[in-house]
Write a protein that binds this ligand. Structure first.
Ligand SMILES: [Zn+2]
Ligand SMILES: [Zn+2]
Length: 340
């Protein structure tokens, strides 16, 4: 067991573990459904949800304590192609390597972006470092000043482009950092920006978050609209067998929810899960779209189709590490592949 990972508190129906990495306090909470966060008796200030199990009992959650957080800004950890863009941005501006990058996005359109820093530290010693300041007091050093943080620089860029009016309600994708400072948060609020997303994969790696605390999330997608009833029943049985060992995410289905609910929840599951299993035996536009999303993210995906059914060559021709196309006779063969 990781020696930095230790039990903080234990009570009726709950256990809280902590771990401190790179100045971050991480909380791992395991609680029964009827135990609320308040019941745990721990300081909940500035705790930001990193990840949680969705359908398991007890519930498992991972939180990170932020040095600064305000209720007016919604903070989350997600995976998004905007972080791929952020990573590339930092790599291209090698001068400020390892600096955070901010991408401000509205309705899927990038309004502005920037990497933190300027050339002050190249010519002068960092004033904060000289004084031994680890975090905060950015104002005292021209190279660390909040004005050169990526969030502020991106806002400035948007204003210079004359797109200031578009900024309200947009979202900041902050890469290479796991929290935002007070002065930057104030600048975002001044532009009516109330959302900051941090890269889940980057943070997971940087803070060495114990992934194995949470059961793996599996999302099973299949043809629904055009598929026969016995096929749907077979898929439900398959999912039941996965439960217990995995946190199996459920799709909204044919009857419940609105079309918008289906779109939002199902595509979120496709993006967030650890493994996406697409059972493509019957043709389905929705499933094809989900496979496309997952392919763009290059995350683990298994596409399965019954032997001798006709399958688009698009999915047979896909190739990346973590992707597999398989044929099956019965879905129990897939359980064997998943070592169940
Ligand atoms: Zn400095
Ligand atoms: Zn800042």
């Amino acid at each position: 067991m990781d020696k930095e990972f230790k039990l903080l508190k234990k009570g009726k129906g709950f256990e809280v573990y902590t771990q401190t990495r790179n100045k971050a306090d991480i909380f791992y909470i395991c609680r029964e459904q009827d135990v609320s966060l308040e019941d745990l008796g721990i300081d909940l200030d500035n705790l930001v949800l990193f990840d949680k199990s969705v359908f398991t009992t007890p519930l498992k959650e991972i939180y990170i304590r932020h040095p600064f957080a305000t209720k007016e800004i919604d903070l989350d950890y997600i995976d998004s192609s905007f972080f791929v863009f952020g990573k590339a941005l930092i790599e291209s501006e090698t001068k400020y390597n390892r600096a955070p990058a901010s991408i401000i996005v509205k309705d899927n359109e990038i309004l502005g972006y920037a990497v933190s820093g300027n050339d002050y530290h190249e010519k002068h010693e960092c004033i904060r470092k000289k004084k031994g300041i680890v975090s905060g007091s950015y104002e005292i050093c021209p190279g660390c000043h909040p004005d050169v943080h990526s969030e502020s620089k991106a806002i400035k860029q948007i204003i210079e482009k004359g797109k200031e009016d578009l900024m309200f309600g947009s979202r900041v994708y902050l890469y290479n950092h796991w929290w935002a400072c007070g002065p930057c948060s104030e600048k975002l609020l001044a532009q009516d920006i109330h959302k900051i997303s941090f890269s889940k994969s980057w943070t997971k790696e940087f803070l060495k978050i114990k992934e194995d605390f949470l059961p793996k999330k599996i999302y099973v997608g299949c043809s629904l609209t055009q598929a026969p009833g016995d096929f749907k029943k077979e898929v439900e049985n398959f999912k039941d067998k996965l439960r217990g060992k995995y946190d199996v995410l459920d799709f909204v289905g044919l009857e419940q929810g609105t079309a918008q609910d289906v779109y939002e929840w199902d595509t979120k599951c496709v993006r967030d899960c650890d493994l996406f299993i697409a059972i493509a035996t019957y043709p389905a536009v929705g499933l094809g779209y989900e496979i496309g999303i997952r392919h763009e993210m290059k995350k683990p995906m298994l596409v399965a189709a019954k032997e001798e059914t006709k399958i688009t060559r698009i999915v047979q021709g896909m190739e990346y590490s973590g992707y597999e196309f398989v044929r099956y006779n019965g879905l129990e063969e897939l359980l064997e592949m998943l070592e169940l």
